[in-house]
Design a protein around this ligand. Structure first.
Ligand code: ADP
Length: 190
C-alpha cells in the first residue's frame, strides 16, 4: 500500500495536489477538513463541536480527530493506499497514525511537505475566502491558523525526518511543476 501524508501550512496547496495524486496513483483520499465540514453541514454532534474550533482557527482536539480518523481509515481498507490530507496535524496525531497503520500491517510510505512563503499563503487564503466563502478564510482566522501550524504542526517534520520519510517540496510556481516535483519524490520510494 502506498500511504502518503501531504503536509503543509493552510493554503500550501494540499487539496489541489491531493486531487492530482489520487488520479495518478489511484489512492483513496482522507481530508480531515472535508470530513469535519461534512459533519458541520449535516448538523451532527461532532460537527457542532468542531465548528467552534474551526471558526476560531484552532485545532479540533486530538482525541476527537483520532477517533474520527480510525473510522474513516477502516472504510478505505480495500484501496491501493491512502493520501492523508490535513492529518496528522500534531505530534500525538502523528504517533496515533503510525500506531493505527502498524496495527493494520502498514506504514506511512512518504511525507510530502509543501513549502510556501507566508506572504503567499495569506494571499492565497484571502483569495480562496472570496471565491469559496469558507468561513475560516478571513484575515483574523488565517493568522491563528498560521500560528497553529508553526507551533503545533510543523514539529511533525522532525518526527518524519527522523524516520527518513520527509520530502520537502517547493510549493511555489505552477501547479503542474509542483506536481512533477512531488511525483518524482514518490516514484523514488515506490
Ligand atoms: P487548511 O489546511 O486550509 O487549514 P483544512 O480543511 O485541512 O484546511 O482544515 C480546516 C480546519 O479544520 C483546521 O483549521 C482545523 O480547525 C480543523 N482540522 C482539520 N484537520 C484537523 C486535524 N487533523 N486536527 C485538528 N483539527 C483539524
Amino acid at each position: 500500500m502506498l500511504n502518503i501524508v501531504i503536509f503543509g501550512a493552510p493554503g500550501s496547496g494540499k487539496g489541489t495536489q491531493s486531487e492530482k495524486l489520487i488520479e495518478k496513483y489511484g489512492l483513496a483520499h482522507i481530508s480531515t477538513g472535508d470530513v469535519l465540514r461534512g459533519e458541520i453541514k449535516a448538523g451532527s454532534a461532532l460537527g457542532k463541536l468542531a465548528e467552534g474550533y474551526i471558526s476560531k482557527g484552532q485545532l479540533v482536539p486530538d482525541e476527537v480527530i483520532i477517533d474520527m480518523l480510525a473510522e474513516v481509515l477502516d472504510s478505505k481498507k480495500d484501496s491501493k493506499g491512502v493520501i492523508f490530507d490535513g492529518f496528522p496535524r500534531t505530534i500525538p496525531q502523528g504517533e496515533a497514525l503510525d500506531a493505527m497503520l502498524q496495527e493494520r500491517g502498514q506504514a506511512v510510505s512518504a511525507v510530502v511537505s509543501l513549502e510556501v512563503d507566508e506572504a503567499e499563503l495569506v494571499d492565497r487564503l484571502l483569495k480562496r475566502g472570496q471565491l469559496s466563502g469558507r468561513s475560516d478564510d478571513n484575515e483574523e482566522t488565517i493568522k491563528s491558523r498560521l500560528d497553529v501550524y508553526k507551533n503545533q504542526t510543523s514539529p511533525l517534520k522532525e518526527h518524519y525526518n527522523k524516520q527518513g520519510k520527509l520530502h520537502g517540496i517547493p510549493g511555489m510556481g505552477k501547479i503542474d511543476e509542483i506536481f512533477a516535483r512531488i511525483t518524482e519524490a514518490i516514484d523514488n520510494v515506490k
